[in-house]
Design a protein around this ligand. Structure first.
Ligand code: SF4
Length: 282
């Protein structure tokens, strides 16, 4: 899942393409399977893993704020195999050992939704084994958009990682659909809550707070109605932690407004009053 970095050192390709309406789209893509290590504002020194192509974003959401840009069919490079991921990750970990670098976390993020990879569970197993060999103190994190948590292999894999970070942007259907633009299936908030509850607290909820306009419709997931519904959903899901943030980098939709850190802190305080462990990324 995109929206992960806060870095100057990671290898990134910037790609500008035209969408179907001939608008320029600026895409921010990770151009390697393994990227970093980088300083993530949320995760510490993080070695990233990208299970998607290096020249296109593929996702089961098409979030209007995605740093990787909108979904595209202009893919030329393949999806990496399980073997390629294991080989490349091990080579990078050996290099880091030689350089005395110690990652806090190995993070699955990258150019789209990592759980779309057909061998996701096996890749998680390989990664945990490599972590145990080279850096037993490092955490394994997955940033996912929650759309595939109903799949038994994805659910099993996410239960194995240290930080199971799952997106939940709004508890109101209209807003979720406007912000996240689910692809294909007609997903709704009730479906997400039902499946997020199945982790029985072994999850971290990640929410993007944002306001703006998209396709002539305005939205704002910081209103009292929105935050109240979101808090009610959190009370059902019972996450071990909540991460909230707003725009960090250029978004493909130009009619969005970043929510200030002060506003994020007000939302966080409401959640803390309900005893949620909340972190704010400014
Ligand atoms: S879930 Fe949204 S933000 Fe993450 S990669 Fe997919 S479209 Fe981008």
């Amino acid at each position: 899942m995109g929206n992960f970095t806060n870095t100057k050192t990671v290898n990134i390709s910037h790609k500008v393409i035209l969408d179907l309406s001939n608008h320029l789209i600026y895409m921010f893509l990770f151009d390697q399977i393994i990227f970093g290590p980088i300083h993530s504002r949320r995760l510490g020194l993080s070695l990233g893993v990208n299970l998607l192509p290096i020249d296109a974003k593929i996702c089961s959401f098409n979030c209007i704020y995605c740093e990787c840009g909108y979904n595209t069919t202009m893919q030329e490079s393949p999806i990496p195999t399980r073997e390629q991921v294991r080989f490349t990750l091990e080579a990078k970990l050996k290099e880091m050992v030689a350089e005395g670098q110690i990652p806090d976390v190995i993070t699955f993020a990258g150019n789209g939704e990592p759980t779309l990879h057909a061998e996701f569970e096996g890749i998680i197993d390989d990664t945990i084994a490599l972590r145990d060999t080279y850096y037993p103190t490092a955490k394994v994190s997955v940033l996912s958009n929650s759309t595939r948590i109903h799949k038994p292999n994805v659910f099993r894999a996410l239960n194995k990682v240290d930080n199971n970070i799952l997106k939940f942007d709004s508890a109101i259907d209209r807003t979720m659909k406007l912000m996240d633009c689910p692809v294909g299936k007609d997903l709704n908030v009730a479906w997400f809550i039902e499946h997020l509850k199945k982790f029985e607290g072994r999850l971290i909820i990640q929410t993007m707070f944002l306001r703006g306009e998209f396709k002539g419709e305005s939205f704002d997931n910081t209103t009292n109605e929105e935050v109240t519904a979101w808090l009610n959903a959190l009370s059902e899901i019972k996450p071990q932690q909540v991460m909230i943030y707003s725009l960090d980098r250029e978004a493909p939709t130009k009619t969005l407004q970043k929510v200030s850190v002060d506003e994020l802190n007000i939302i966080a305080d409401r959640a803390r009053k309900l005893e949620f462990d909340v972190s704010v990324a400014g």
